[in-house]
Design a protein around this ligand. Structure first.
Ligand code: SAH
Length: 399
């Protein structure tokens, strides 16, 4: 039984919610202590007791819940989720027709009207990601709504929450239908990826970088030496190799990245022996490469927004300038740096300032060639700018 409760918005926050801001904060609510369970439906009222919006309570690192509708008579049930999923599918119709890409995001949280829920498609299989216990309380309604709207081979899920807001790794992620092969080979812009739907927190590829990978393969890799830092499963290296790079070097601290990267090369018929895969802290690797006077024509930087290694703590907002300065040293004149970040803590303008600062302090001139943000399937809510997190800048190092 879904619980419902009326809560009052503090006067100074009413307009913000009326304007469409979807994330519910604790500090904006007057009588928050009345609330107990995640998954409760909140009817938020203004200071005169007039209905403003319906939301649900779910705890994420971002906030305490998400707006669902401004219509007070709408019931939050299977039909509600079905309508949302239908319009999400409609919005991405052109992806169905494209046989060269068989994986994309089907439902992107607040961008599709339900914060805390994402659904990805991998060649016949669907992956639901639950970002809070609150949204997980609606699992059966959402699952039925999805099943009624799509043809599927199988459905998987990932729970990205626990008492500490971390990922639960010990569970079987399979939900229903048939199990996917391990690996499942999906296509992206005509190239292959080996995907594991039931293998820890991540499946092996970040779909939001699709357009960046394609740009690297089509326009930046031919005849170039490539350094791919924070390489994970080597997705950028694979696309560079397919685009005709002379050699790729992939560097990641995680041991599993070696076999994972090798596998991605193999499923694309790339000669692994011609590529370097280095398991090392990137900041050590930079030291080594600078000492050896290595230079690369294309250097890709795609760090996590926050990471802790044995020797370093890296935070994109604090350390991106330094990361760029190291990378500039190992980039050849006329070469290209790809600076990427998924940090929601700063916007493209600040990121551009980081780039300007790094080049200035390196006494080096540069030119921005191209910029990328999230692709169409990672739909963003226009009232929630933080959701538009991806920033990628292609930069030419002039001298
Ligand atoms: N660029 C990748 C995704 C990067 S995910 C892609 O396109 O798929 C972030 C990766 O950074 C993780 O694999 C993590 O192991 C790695 N990492 C974190 N800190 C690191 C460090 N100090 N040196 C090298 N790799 C690091």
């Amino acid at each position: 039984m879904v619980q419902e409760i009326d809560l009052s918005i503090k006067p100074e926050f009413v307009q913000n919610y009326k304007d469409g801001y979807p994330l519910i904060s604790k500090k904006s609510i007057l009588n928050w202590d009345k609330l107990k369970e995640e998954g409760t439906i909140l009817n938020l009222l203004d200071d005169k007791g007039k209905f403003v919006l319906k939301a649900y309570h779910g705890v994420q690192n971002k906030g305490y819940g998400w707006a669902l509708t401004t219509d007070k008579d709408t019931r939050i049930n299977q039909d509600f989720f079905s309508t949302k999923i239908k319009s999400a599918l409609e919005y991405r119709k052109d992806f169905d027709a494209n046989k060269d890409t068989t994986a994309w995001r089907v439902f992107n949280g607040e961008g599709d009207g339900v914060g805390g829920l994402c659904i990805d498609y991998f060649d016949g299989y669907y992956m639901l990601t639950w970002y809070s216990l609150g949204i997980y309380e609606f699992k059966s309604e959402i699952l039925e709504a999805l099943k009624n709207n799509v043809a599927y081979k199988g459905i998987y899920q990932k729970k990205r929450f626990d008492s500490k807001g971390k990922y639960l790794d010990d569970e079987d992620d399979f939900v229903c239908g048939e199990r996917a092969p391990q690996p499942l080979i999906i296509k992206e812009s005509g190239s292959n990826f080996a995907i594991y739907l039931d293998d820890g927190a991540m499946v092996g590829v970040f779909l939001d970088q699709r357009e960046v990978r394609e740009a690297i393969r089509e326009n930046y890799a031919k005849g170039k030496t490539v350094l791919n830092t924070f390489s994970y499963t080597g997705a950028f290296s694979v696309f560079a190799a397919l685009g005709g790079s002379t050699k790729t070097t992939s560097v990641d601290l995680a041991k599993r990245s070696y076999s994972k990267t090798k596998e991605q090369f193999l499923v694309n018929n790339i000669d692994v022996l011609k590529q370097d895969i280095v398991v090392e802290d990137i900041f050590n690797y930079f030291k080594f490469a600078i000492k050896k006077k290595y230079l690369f024509d294309l250097v890709i930087l795609d760090p996590p927004s926050f990471a802790r290694s044995k020797k370093h703590t890296f935070s994109a907002s604090k350390d991106y300038v330094n990361l760029l300065k190291e990378a500039i040293k190992v980039t050849s004149k006329g070469g290209t740096l790809v600076a990427s970040t998924n940090s929601a803590n700063f916007n493209m303008m600040t990121f551009s300032d980081f780039i300007a600062k790094a080049f200035k302090e390196s006494n080096t001139r540069y030119k921005v060639k191209e910029r990328f943000s999230l692709p169409k399937d990672f739909r963003v809510c226009k009232h929630f700018k933080e959701g538009d997190y991806l920033k990628v800048v292609f930069i030419e190092k002039i001298r």
